[in-house]
Design a protein around this ligand. Structure first.
Ligand SMILES: [Zn+2]
Length: 344
């Protein structure tokens, strides 16, 4: 086996003696015959052993790796979450607190493939105005940059940021305030991918969505040469496909990630939590619920037929799941964590 570090080949025995041998639980690794592409940063991380789980995911996936990143939680009113669906139907599946608020995660996904380190969505970020924040009941200690660091990456490592759409809870972490209070992009080496229709929609917002498009989130993107506006569905890499949907907002992008033998699908707000697998469950936030239902129907059928894994950004209890057909339609099957995917 060869190991390639910054385009130089090293024999496996060299790497084994100095890097891999001190790590527990890597026996499987020794029996495999793939070529392993190992940037120098990972050698450093592996040396520090903290990343046993990371190393395992890396090896099992044989080049493409994915990490679920918690960016912090918020609460949303149960009525806005489930629109016309009566509370007696949704609360059994997704309980609300005594004030009718439902806890929501805000998950991002990191995809490392070849020389690309791709971050999908960036959460709310750290610069939410307190008056605005008080309607969203932020809770928990998670934060995007902290979660990135935990899996061994710094903001400068990110080569691409995909923003599924520009609502505040999906793009806020792309920017932060500098010492002068100016909003600036955190990921200095990244191209930032947004659909052109979502960008135009956010630049001329309608009255319903206007409050979700924050100037401090969008202005730095508007000024940046790294903003890439995409007009049609496309493959960002051979393993990372972006598709467009219009029910939640115009030009929402969902991301289909080919892990080798399975696909992991980052639905974004097309399907943000388990209850929405039921076709009639749509959020009151959706600009076009009937379009959402039609889009989900096609989307879920494809995922079921392919035995894909659905990644859910806002479900407080479930990171990901597989699907099954039941007499009532498609439903969640096995609830998974992303780091378990490599073991199925
Ligand atoms: Zn949204």
């Amino acid at each position: 086996m060869q190991i390639i570090i910054r385009n130089k080949a090293f024999s496996f025995s060299t790497i084994f003696s100095f890097v891999i041998k001190p790590i527990k639980g890597l026996n499987d690794f020794l029996n495999r015959n793939e070529i392993l592409f190992l940037p120098a940063r990972y050698i450093y991380l592996i040396k520090n052993i903290i990343f046993e789980e990371f190393a395992k995911a890396f090896i099992m996936s044989n080049q493409i790796r994915v990490f679920s990143l918690e960016t912090g939680n918020f609460k949303a009113d149960g009525g806005t979450m489930f629109g016309v669906v009566p509370k007696v139907m949704w609360e059994r599946i997704y309980p609300a607190d005594e004030n009718n608020f439902c806890p929501c995660a805000c998950r991002s996904l990191l995809v490392v493939t070849g020389d690309r380190t791709i971050l999908i969505d960036t959460g709310i970020g750290d610069k939410l105005d307190p008056d605005y924040a008080k309607f969203h009941y932020l809770f928990g200690d998670d934060n995007l940059l902290k979660s990135l660091k935990q899996v061994g990456f710094a903001p400068e490592d990110i080569t691409d940021v995909i923003l599924t759409h520009l609502h505040f809870d999906h793009c806020g972490g792309t920017t932060n305030f500098d010492a002068q209070g100016n909003s600036q992009i955190v990921f200095s080496n990244a191209d930032i991918w947004v659909s052109k229709s979502q960008w135009n929609w956010a630049m001329n917002p309608n009255r319903r969505e206007k409050a979700a498009y924050l100037k401090e989130n969008l202005d730095p993107l508007a000024r940046s040469a790294r903003l890439k506006l995409v007009e049609n569905p496309f493959f960002l890499t051979p393993d990372v496909e972006l598709r467009f949907y219009d029910g939640h907002t115009k030009g929402l992008m969902s991301v289909f990630i080919n892990l080798g033998n399975r696909r992991l699908v980052f639905a974004g707000d097309l399907l943000p939590a388990i209850p929405y697998i039921r076709l009639s469950f749509t959020a009151a936030y959706d600009i076009s619920p009937l379009t959402s239902i039609e889009e989900k129907e096609v989307f879920l059928k494809e995922l079921l037929d392919n035995d894909d894994i659905l990644f859910m950004q806002h479900d407080i209890n479930a990171e990901a799941c597989t699907l099954k057909m039941t007499p009532k339609g498609i439903r969640e099957n096995e609830i998974l964590k992303v780091n378990e995917i490599f073991e199925i």
